[in-house]
Design a protein around this ligand. Structure first.
Ligand code: ADP
Ligand code: MG
Length: 727
């Protein structure tokens, strides 16, 4: 009988429908057609309501009952005309994915069927959701969490095979008001950072009324044929391959990056892009990535809240569309050992309502100083909160990238390029100006000139976790499967808090008779001195950097359970509480949720490894061993070979690997049992990380050796060469 693997391979050969031609469309004509955006609102809302809603989106003030009523009515008409029958509040619980609970517009009123969508249903919903992770905040006896409408992110129509559903982006909070999601603290962090930015902008331009943090997210992913995926239980249940010998050809020829995109993949891309455009996701870029079967897409940047929502939505759309193409879209950070993993580069900046990118170097001294202000404050914020930033990207899956011989390391550092490094150096130790030095004792402060070539953006270091790329910071260490809100909550909070501190310091110098410009430069100079240890221009992958970083006092926290401590340090609690982003209780709950999530992920992987080793890999290796023994037995019985020629060595090697798999699996199971008895979530996660997980590599090593020895036709799992080269 053919193994599942061969059946899967055969089904790919026989498939007729993989060369689907994507429907061609003019992007600008379909863009945003499934979004209740500006154009649709104008059409479906009374003029005054439209005005109120747009102003609420700008200012964040509360919505009146009347406006909510009219928006609900407009939304219903639009959604029903488009063919939707159901609506859902769409939210982002701490699971990292999105959640939805559909309700129909239809209801029976006095026995009569009607379609209804009230303001109440728009504004608030109580998902019966006591089983979302809540870190003890929402105990099950008061299992009431509710979702509340976020008017700043437009409603949209999500397509499934069954039709369209109206989705209302919402926050998710407990009955007592604590955040149970990513969006609620993100909105607070953004508001905070934006306020702080406006205040600082006033040193340079009093006309600035609003600032908005911006985000462009590059999403990396792998594609695998669905038939093969479905017989790799590890990929299916854990998102990564727990076994698999590296293929003879991997990424060593460097022939995949930016290579021509295979037809089948391009058809998938064109299709999901089309849905993304309808949803108002402004995708611009698509290309092959470094590893075989790895790709990337990136939209044009947007306000952070919208960019985060769009990325969550995009991941969902990519998964659904892939299935229609007999593909699986894999977002895990490290689905395949031995080839590159996937990240989600977060390009971040702040823009003003006067059209200025605050991280764009200027062409005159004043705008130049403004740039240096935001640039250096960000560096200082990262330097002072590196551990918290590391925690914000921590997960079981991202641990495979961070510090595990692959980009970027768990050491947080910033690459700014040689030109800017010189500028900061010049600022820190200005050349003595003899004239003014005699005139007064004050240090002369001169605005260092920022060279224009920066905008050229050619000076790139792809090994750095955070790189300044001409007019934005690129946070490259974020994991491909994560909700970027996690990193954005931290980044915007620390920068906001830093800008606030900066303002206080500068104001006090101004009060002490310094000119504004002088005061700013004095404070910035101090920051450069404090924070320059976080700047690193060299190769972040080198052993040398690990040593140097240690000397500089930078942390290198390689695993999640320890890195999460930063969420509940005194410093973090103060930072988040003082600025009204998260309370101590909320931080503790989050810390607990993340630890538990980590433990569960390792637990699932460990179970999967045990199951696959015992029920798939060992049986096939034993079958093959028996075959060999039988064969050699017959050969020697008939006098064809002597003992020595019998290949005993080969046989004992195979049986050795089998034995070692078995003993290590049972030892791992014992460690799991002990870990499960541990009460505290931190200690339990640590046990899973340092007692259970180390077995993964050992078991895998022996299984992967067997993959090389055992007859190919007996091997049950699709091999790397089959998974990684989608045709
Ligand atoms: P690369 O792969 O070379 O880093 P990409 O073009 O793939 O660059 O992605 C760069 C991302 O940075 C895009 O999403 C782009 O819109 C975004 N970006 C550009 N300017 C800004 C900005 N001011 N704020 C935030 N993101 C930005
Ligand atoms: Mg890119």
């Amino acid at each position: 009988m053919d193994s599942l693997r061969f059946k899967a391979l055969a089904s790919i050969q026989n498939r007729q429908d993989d060369k689907q031609k994507p429907a061609k469309s003019v992007i600008s004509e379909i863009y945003g057609t499934h979004v209740f955006g500006d154009k649709t609102m104008r059409k479906y809302l009374p003029k005054d309501t439209y005005k109120s809603v747009t102003s609420i989106i700008q200012t964040g003030e509360k919505i009146s009952r009347k406006v909510a009523d009219e928006v609900a009515a407009g939304l219903k008409s639009w959604a029903m005309e488009m063919g939707a029958t159901h609506y859902t509040h769409w939210f982002q619980p701490m699971t990292g994915t999105t959640a939805e609970k559909h309700d129909s517009f239809f209801e029976l009123r006095d026995g009569e069927p009607v379609e209804n969508f009230s303001a109440g249903a728009l504004v608030q919903q109580e998902p019966d959701a006591s089983s979302f992770p809540n870190g003890g905040i929402r105990t099950t006896f008061e299992a009431r969490g509710y979702t509340a409408w976020d008017p700043s992110s437009p409603a949209f129509l999500m397509r499934t095979q069954a039709g369209l559903t109206l989705c209302i982006p919402t926050i998710f909070v407990s009955y007592t008001g604590e955040a149970l999601d990513y969006k609620a603290p993100l909105l607070k962090a953004l508001h905070f950072a934006e306020q702080a930015s406006v205040e600082v902008c006033h040193y340079f331009d009093p006309k600035v009324k609003k600032a908005a943090a911006t985000l462009g997210i590059e999403q990396e992913y792998f594609l695998v044929d669905a038939a093969l995926f479905n017989v790799r239980t590890d990929l299916m249940l854990t998102g990564r391959t727990l076994f698999g010998h590296s293929p003879a050809k991997g990424q060593q020829l460097e022939d995949h990056y930016f290579a021509s995109i295979p037809d089948r993949v391009l058809a998938f891309m064109t299709d999901f892009e089309k849905e993304a455009y309808q949803l108002g996701i402004p995708l611009r870029t698509r290309h092959n990535e470094v590893a075989p079967s790895q790709y990337e897409c990136a939209p044009q940047f947007e306000d952070v809240n919208i960019a985060v929502d769009h990325n969550q939505l995009l991941m969902d759309v990519m998964g659904k569309v892939a299935k229609r193409h007999n593909l699986e879209c894999i977002l895990h950070e490290k689905p395949f050992a031995g080839v590159n993993g996937s990240g989600k580069h977060c390009n971040w900046s702040i823009g003003t309502d006067t059209g200025v990118n605050l991280l764009s170097p200027g062409d005159n001294p004043k705008s130049n100083l403004q740039f240096l202000t935001f640039f250096i404050n960000t560096i200082k914020a990262v330097n002072d909160n590196a551990d918290l930033l590391r925690a914000s990207i921590a997960s079981a899956s991202n641990d495979h990238r961070l510090g595990a011989n692959e980009a970027p390391p768990a050491i947080i550092s910033i690459f700014i390029g040689e030109a800017l490094a010189n500028v900061l150096h010049e600022l820190e130790s200005p050349k003595k100006d003899k004239k003014s030095a005699t005139a007064s004792n004050k240090a002369t402060v001169q605005i260092p000139k920022v060279p224009e070539i920066l905008l050229d953006n050619t000076d790139r270091n792809r090994t750095s976790p955070i790189a300044f790329t001409g007019n934005k910071f690129e946070f490259r260490a974020v994991g491909s499967s994560s909700n970027t809100a996690s990193a954005m909550i931290v980044l915007n909070t620390i920068v906001g808090s830093q800008l606030k501190a900066f303002k206080t310091e500068v104001d006090s110098l101004i009060a002490a008779d310094h000119s504004t410009e002088e005061a700013i430069l004095i404070v910035l100079r101090g920051y450069v001195k404090d924070a320059k240890k976080i700047l690193f221009e060299g190769n972040n992958y080198s052993e040398d950097w690990v040593k140097q970083a240690e000397k500089r006092g930078l942390s290198n926290i390689k695993t999640t359970p320890e890195s999460l401590d930063a969420y509940i340090s005194e410093k973090t609690i103060k930072l988040f509480e003082e600025n009204g982003i998260l309370s101590e209780r909320e931080l503790e709950a989050r810390h607990d949720i993340l630890l538990e999530h980590y433990t569960k992920q390792i637990q699932i992987e460990s179970r999967m490894i045990g199951e696959m080793a015992l029920s798939q890999i060992m049986p096939c290796a034993i079958d093959y061993l028996n075959e060999l023994l039988l064969n050699y037995g017959q050969l020697s019985d008939n006098g064809f070979v002597t003992e020595a020629e019998m290949g005993k060595d080969y046989i004992s090697r195979i049986s050795n690997h089998i034995n070692l798999i078995r003993t290590n699996v049972f030892e791992m199971i014992e460690e799991r049992r002990s870990a499960n008895k541990i009460e505290g979530s931190k200690q339990k996660a640590i046990a899973y990380c340092h007692k259970v997980k180390p077995y993964f590599e050992i078991i895998r090593y022996h299984a992967d050796k067997l993959e090389l020895y055992v007859d190919d036709k007996l091997w049950p799992l699709p091999k790397y060469r089959e998974l990684l080269f989608v045709k």
